[in-house]
Structures are given as C-alpha cells and as structure tokens.
Write a new protein. Structure first.
Length: 364
C-alpha cells in the first residue's frame, strides 16, 4: 500500500467516525440531558475516544502525507467539538425545563397532613387518665425530688434504720462523697413517692388532698417488676377522716378506670406508715371474676396498698393525731397500664420498641 492509499484510508476512517457521531448525536439531541451529553463527549473527544484513535493512526502516515491526514482529523475534531458544545448549551436548558416542569400547586388549597400520627407511651397515657380522675375527686398534684434524704423516704414514714422494710426495697443509695456535703445524712433514689407526703405535710397544714405521681427506684427486675418504675401516692388529711372515706375513694377511681360494673375488695396487710393497712384489688378485667390465666384463676387483680396514716407519721410532721386523721394509698402506674392494656410482660414498657409503643392512641 502506497502513502496515498494510507491517506485515503485515514479519510475513510474519519468518515466512519463522522457517520457514527452523526447517529449518536441525533439520539442525544432528542433528549440532551447533562449525563447523555457528557457520555457522547467522552466517547469521541475523551482520552480513550474515537478521535484519539485516529490521532494515533497518524503515526503510520508518511511525513509527506501527514499534513493532509492531520487536516482531515482536525476538521473532524472541530465539527464534533462544535456539535458537542451546542449540545452542552441545550443541556443547561434541559435542566431548567426539568425544574420548571414541576406540577403546579394551588397554594390556596388546604394542606393534606401526611405526618405520621404520634402516640403516647402507655405509662404517660395511664398517668393522664389517673390524674384526670383524681382531679375530679378534688385532689391536688404534687411533685418532689427523686433523690431525697433518708428522713423523707424512710424515717418520717415510720421505717427506722433497723426496719426490715428497708431490706425488702433493696435501696439505691447515693455515693457517700456526694452525700457528705449534707452533714453525712444518707441520700438515696426514692423507693416510693410517699416521700412527697412528708414534704407536703411539712409545708402545709390540713386539710390536704394530694396525689404525687413520679418515678421510683428499687433493685428488682422480672416480668412484673423493673428497677425504675412509676408510682402514684395519694393521701387525705382532715378532721374526721375514716376508713370508709378511703374505701369510697379507691372504689370510685378504680371503677372510673376499669369499668363501673367491676367490684373492688380490700385485704388486711401491713405497711409501716399506715395502721390499719390493706391491699386493694379490682375484679379481673379479662374474665370479670370468673378466673383466667391473667388473674391466676382468682378472679381478682392486685392493684396497690393503702391504710389509715400512722400516728407516728403525724408526729414526724408535727400534726396532732388526736385532732386530725387521714388515709394514704399507693400503686404502680406501670402495673395499672399493664392491667389496662392486658400486657404479658411489664418490661415491654421500657424496651423502646416503636412498633409496640406506637399502637396506643394519642388521646387519653
């Protein structure tokens, strides 16, 4: 093959590239997205593009024929470069059109709320229900410290240092280094919201009608107990308060929560801060007293403890037990929620399972 043949061959190769570019250009021009234009540019003008292949082919052309062959390749490069530049301008317009091609929104129309509906934690829901019912009975809501002195949590409630009830509660005490700034008196995470009873009675004089919901802490963990749980303490102090007032109050709020047709009962029990003391139960909400797995075939569900306030508690807060009397009661809000919603394991309330917690309605 002579040199002229090589020049002709170069022209044929350039024509083949031109033909291929014309076809690809027509396809991209129909929808000149930035990505498609860039892919076309790389295919023909990139380092590994078809024009680079033609440039490498110039090495095989003689010095005499190389200017003519180079002119053929450069002319093709200019044509392709101009065509690609024009497409790049169209790509910018394509982007603008895509942005403008958004469905028109009538801003005068009401907004459709697509936000997922929230839900109250069952313990918060139960707390709201309890507070609502006790407010209807005339009770005031009190709050107080979760880290408190031994005096408020134990001593003033007729639970001296040697009392076995302290061992039963397996108390979390605060480190001595922290408690040392309070003249060495023990401080602890409260084991019951009964500490609010002492705070309230020291701050105010009778008559009192108080409930105190809040978190309490004990070293306990099983299907019906957790180390941290929620409790509600209630008490009434006035002249002429009797056990009949206590029974009527508990019967009223239990029926308001679980149903007017359910019965309530009291069983004698001991608590250091009340005398006499009792456990109170409600008829099983599942079987209505017939007996089932939930109530262990007894027909009753245990709710909490109660009793008449012990004279020694009045003595600790300088109340005259000859003039005043009162009653107190307490129970776990978590357990109330467990009974209300028929939960098999109390620990479900504290595991943070969104699917589980999200099934409860947001309105109390």
């Amino acid at each position: 093959m002579n040199q002229s043949d090589k020049t002709i061959s170069m022209r044929d190769a350039a024509d083949a590239v031109r033909t291929q570019f014309t076809a690809d250009h027509a396809t991209v021009a129909a929808n000149p997205s930035p990505r498609a234009v860039e892919e076309l540019r790389l295919a023909f003008l990139g380092r590994k593009g078809q024009l680079q292949t033609l440039n490498e082919g110039l090495r095989n052309v003689s010095k005499e024929e190389r200017p003519e062959a180079g002119k053929i390749v450069n002319t093709l490069r200019q044509e392709i470069d101009a065509a690609v530049t024009a497409l790049q301008d169209k790509a910018k317009a394509w982007i603008l059109n895509e942005r403008l091609n958004i469905p028109q929104v009538d801003v005068s129309l009401p907004v459709e709320d697509t936000t997922p509906s929230g839900a109250l934690h069952p313990v918060s829901l139960m707390r709201r229900v309890l507070i609502r019912e006790f407010r209807r009975l005339g009770f005031t809501i009190y709050d107080g410290p979760e880290i408190d002195f031994d005096f408020y949590n134990f001593s003033a409630l007729n639970i001296p240092e040697s009392h076995p009830a302290r061992d039963m509660q397996d108390t979390f005490y605060v480190a001595p280094a922290f408690a040392g700034s309070f003249d060495g008196e023990n401080m602890l995470l409260r084991t019951q919201t009964s500490n609010i009873q002492i705070h309230a009675m020291l701050a105010e004089k009778p008559p009192l009608r108080v409930i105190a919901p809040g978190r309490v802490f004990r070293c306990d963990s099983d299907i019906t107990h957790t180390p941290m749980f929620h409790q509600i303490e209630g008490f009434v102090v006035d002249k002429g308060i009797t056990f009949a007032n206590l029974k009527a109050t508990i019967d009223t709020f239990l029926k308001a929560i679980y149903g007017r047709d359910l019965k309530t009962r009291f069983r004698p029990s001991f608590f250091p801060f009340v005398e006499p003391g009792a456990e109170f139960d409600v008829q099983c909400t599942i079987c209505t007293g017939k007996g089932c797995r939930v109530c262990k075939n007894t027909g009753w569900l245990e709710v909490g403890g109660c009793g008449m306030i012990h004279p020694k508690v009045f003595e600790a807060v300088s109340y005259d037990s000859e003039e005043y009397s009162g009653f107190a009661f307490g129970f776990g809000i978590d357990r109330m929620a467990m009974l209300k919603y028929a939960l098999p394991d109390l620990r479900q309330l504290f595991e943070g399972d969104h699917d589980f917690l999200g099934q409860f309605p947001i309105h109390a």
